[in-house]
Design a protein. Sequence first.
Length: 201
Amino acid sequence: MSAYVIGDINVTNPDIFAEYAERVPMSSSAYGGRYLVRGPDKCESCEGDWNPRRFVLAEYKDVATVKSWYYSDDYIELTKLRQKASTGTLLVAEGVESHIRGNDSGNAGYIVGDIEVTDPETYAQYAAGVPATVAAYGGRYLIRGVSGEVLEGDWIPKRLVVLEFDTIQRAKEWYSSPEYADLKKIRHSASNGNLIFANGA
């Protein structure tokens, strides 16, 4: 099952962080990691008050591979460097399918959500209806309905969702579409949460 690292990072020392940012791709790629979103100014708030300053979405073969990378000697040293230069949260979440692979063209657009369901019965209606609208706009789920495992930080997601579209414009078109409008109202009546748009790396 594919797995994803999600990072919400606040850089406090740009010079030191730049060294980390230069070195980390080699470390992650040694474990098959691929960046789908990486860097500052990648996100735009869609719902709620979450708007990461620096966002990371990286894809790996499975959760075990993520942990092998994260706890490797090489990355432990890089973690020390990162923690000198930033604060924030890192977590790992299991994807929906083992064969689903994120788009690494650099042009993809993402919607990332952290949802707290307040009315499960009503929310189930939303969950049943929304996949067809996502597919109609060429979107697909990378993560759906898991809480993830926090590796660092104090963010404890309730229900994570990551949708991938060919472009950020297409993601916004789906979000504002007539097909999604009534379902959005159902979600709002049955849950609280944060959604962001994120540009591909």
